[in-house]
Write a protein that binds this ligand. Structure first.
Ligand code: ATP
Ligand code: MG
Length: 399
């Protein structure tokens, strides 16, 4: 069994005293992620994580793809393990990297030696293996500065490892190391990206979706669950909370001045989100708002919404252009689902002239006719929970 995966920890290594806790979290996230690809041993040593298949039927390709979506890993590579002798390392390099070495014109060898009892220094090992490869492959010339291909050799405690250039991995911090937050997930382009961005910084997220059936359809709800499913490989398993929002929207329509509909609706969302956050020990609320994108996303409108929040509202997209958000949505795989044409509750009862620079005092007056506490309690009591795991299985939801 020689084919394995080497991962380099990301910022985790910078965290000093917290390093152990961060590393443990990363290892458990990786182990959970790999379960369905077979039996792997996952251990960390000197900021390198060694992922070794334990049986012939392990799906190493699948595991490698899956690990690209685990935050906290900086770079990753497939590697081959071999005995810790210069001859075994050379033989392994010839065999394992045969195709790359045959295709390149220039190359170099880089070695790292974690095991100081190895009989050669890293420079000697590079020179030995480099010289032999140069002789063995007629197409190759050594180039120390801009080689087309770099052979990497690592002599560690348990074995020696041979591999080519590592690729960039997801980066960020392991999910679960930065606390938890409620993320407001609509069916749009922005909120899956804002959710992803906070997961990247180590947050565990609980998606909350406001659902206005029958003004918005079952398909709109399904779309949100599909988006959550696409986010699970990045964010880990999630418990999506579908909040019934119809009665609140009808009450706003019936009792409040039209120009304030959207603002009051967003304040109700914020109150409910904070209550869910409190119940689930979440320290913040995440939204996909971006400054000036729509009427409800001016600075004053954001202030009017935040007036109802009892914890920080994080808006990771606040300074981004739509183009930049779309580029991320495409990269993380949510864009195609986000653009499916199902309506969101924000487009139900939209005012003709939304108030874009509201005064908080005026908004409070505008919503005075509502029995806010009763409406919040009613919505909370009606929440439907949908658990989404790596297999994408939905539990407890009528779909
Ligand atoms: P998105 O593309 O994320 O839908 P948007 O540009 O359409 O955002 P809005 O509709 O004003 O902007 O919503 C702003 C933010 O409010 C969203 O990014 C999301 O975080 C939250 N939000 C909007 N509608 C809902 C909803 N039905 N359920 C949960 N959160 C919502
Ligand atoms: Mg929207």
């Amino acid at each position: 069994m020689t084919d394995m995966i080497l991962l380099k920890e990301g910022e985790v290594v910078l965290k000093g005293l917290n390093k152990r806790a961060f590393e443990q979290k990363l290892l458990s996230n990786i182990r959970r992620r790999l379960k369905r690809f077979g039996r792997f041993e996952v251990i960390a040593h000197q900021s390198i994580i060694y992922v070794e298949p334990q049986s012939e039927d392990c799906d190493v390709d699948g595991a490698f793809e899956a690990l690209k979506q685990v935050f906290g890993i900086m770079t990753m590579t497939r590697a081959a393990a071999c005995e810790k002798t210069p001859e075994a390392i050379l033989a392994k390099a010839k065999e394992y990297l045969h195709d790359e070495l045959s295709a390149a014109k220039t190359f170099k060898v880089e070695s790292r030696r974690g095991d100081k009892s190895f009989p050669m220094t890293s420079v000697q090992l590079s020179q030995y293996v480099g010289g032999e490869l140069n002789d063995a492959f007629d197409n190759l010339t050594a180039d120390m500065h801009q080689p087309e291909f770099t052979v990497q050799l690592e002599v560690r405690d348990r074995a020696a490892y041979v591999h080519g250039a590592p690729i960039e991995a997801a980066g960020g911090l392991p999910v679960g190391t930065a606390g938890a937050a409620v993320t407001l997930l609509s069916g749009g382009i922005d909120s899956p990206v804002s959710t992803w961005m906070m997961a990247k910084r180590g947050m565990r997220l609980i998606p909350v979706h406001f659902f206005s059936f029958p003004y918005t359809s079952q398909l709109a709800k399904q779309k949100v669950l599909d988006l959550a499913k696409l986010l699970v490989p990045w964010c880990g398993r999630m418990n999506v909370q579908i909040v019934p929002f119809t009665h609140i929207q009808e009450q706003i329509r019936d009792k409040c001045p039209e120009d304030y509909f959207t603002l009051i609706m967003r304040r109700m969302m914020m109150r409910i989100a904070c209550a869910v956050a409190e119940d689930n020990k979440c320290g913040a609320i995440v939204t996909g708002e971006s400054l000036g994108q729509v009427a409800s996303q001016t600075m004053e409108a954001m202030a009017a919404t935040e007036d109802c929040a009892d914890r920080p509202v994080l808006r990771p997209l606040v300074g981004m252009d739509k183009k930049e958000v779309i580029a991320i949505a495409e990269r993380i795989g949510t864009f195609q689902t986000s653009i499916l044409p199902y309506e969101d509750c924000c487009t139900v009862f939209t005012p003709r002239h939304p108030c874009t620079h509201p005064k908080i005092k005026k908004v409070r007056e505008a919503e005075a006719a509502l029995d806010v506490d009763a409406l919040v309690a009613e919505a909370l009591a009606g929440i439907e929970f949908v658990k989404i795991g790596y297999e994408g299985v939905y539990h407890g939801g009528e779909l």
